[in-house]
Ligand binder design. Structure first.
Ligand SMILES: [Zn+2]
Length: 319
């Protein structure tokens, strides 16, 4: 099983070859296009820009620059949320768009005595114990949700992926109570399906807030209570969800096993805000293994991050 994971990780994250299906539709595979950077390299780059909740401007500016430098339709609102649209791959331009969403801000905490100015100093991710990424100093890492932001950046930057049109939404001030998502004007979006990348456990696909149980919903994952439930709108489970069905199908192909379908309170909570604004949207949330989030001990499992990115790429190909 892990050999297979490693293969996918190598292909999608460290490799330079496009493994997309024939996007030209004429039976010829396009010439391999090098991926400009690995997803993890975008995570490292994003980590240089300060982005504590309420002080995200440097990172928000960076994302605006990132989109414009690639000639992508990029705009920002007064809450410093950033929207970047990428057309569908050749032959897929007219498919319905997929919204990919993650939050820019991070919880900024450090151990007593650590000299680190979150408003100015970069976070330096380091790989410890072979597979766990931590901040070099004893601070939060910002994998929540820099992990999600950087995966979306990699998809936006990649030249050779097969995907429908992408609407990438990067929100601010998630941690204090979904403030950026609350101010985001969803009329800027034409997509009706949204994939949030703010989940903290690989292998689980979150499809609702657990308030309304669906037939296959379980609530097995211990998530710290991140914010008061009072500010969070409901995210009802949808019995009919083509996005969830496709995600499960691709998950089985990619991992060789079934995902956990989860309804979770206090996780992937921006879906709740988007659900309240776009009640008809088909939504789900995934993410890599991240532990001890919101503490100076925050760690992200690199192999998990790479696999989830590979899964995201496969999903976009298959949508
Ligand atoms: Zn988060």
């Amino acid at each position: 099983m892990y050999n297979r994971y490693a293969l996918y990780a190598a292909l999608f994250t460290f490799g330079s070859l496009c493994v997309c299906d024939d996007p030209t539709g004429n039976g010829e595979r396009p010439a391999p296009i090098p991926n400009p950077k690995t997803a993890y390299e975008y995570f490292v780059e994003l980590s240089k820009y300060p982005r504590c909740s309420g002080s995200e401007k440097p990172a928000s500016d960076f994302l605006v620059e990132f989109g414009r430098a690639r000639g992508l339709d990029t705009r920002r609102d007064e809450a410093l949320n950033v929207l970047i649209k990428k057309p569908g791959a050749i032959g897929r331009e007219n498919e319905p768009p997929i919204i990919l969403q993650a939050h820019i801000d991070m919880v900024c905490k450090k151990d007593d005595g650590v000299e680190h100015d979150f408003e100015r100093d970069p976070i330096v991710p380091v790989i410890a114990d072979g597979d766990w990424v931590t901040a070099k100093k004893r601070t939060t890492l910002g994998a929540d949700d820099g992990g999600g932001v950087s995966m979306i950046m990699a998809v936006l930057a990649a030249g050779g992926l097969s995907h429908p049109p992408i609407e990438a939404v990067f929100t601010t001030e998630e941690e204090p109570g979904l403030l950026g998502a609350g101010r985001f004007d969803v009329s800027w979006l034409s997509g009706k399906r949204l994939l949030n990348l703010d989940m903290v456990q690989e292998g689980a696909i979150v499809v609702g807030d657990g308030h309304v149980d669906g037939p296959d919903i379980v609530v097995p994952i211990a998530i710290p209570a991140l914010m008061k439930a009072a500010v969070i709108p409901e995210w009802p489970y949808k019995p009919d969800s083509p996005l969830r069905d496709k995600m499960v199908e691709v998950y089985r192909e990619y991992y060789g096993e079934d995902p956990l379908i989860a309804g979770l309170q206090h996780a992937a909570v921006e879906c709740s805000m988007f659900a309240s604004k776009m009640p008809d949207a088909d939504m789900a949330s995934i993410g890599p293994d991240i532990i001890d989030l919101h503490t100076p001990n925050e760690r992200m499992r690199l192999s998990s991050y790479n696999r989830v990115y590979g899964y995201l790429v496969r999903l976009l190909e298959s949508l």
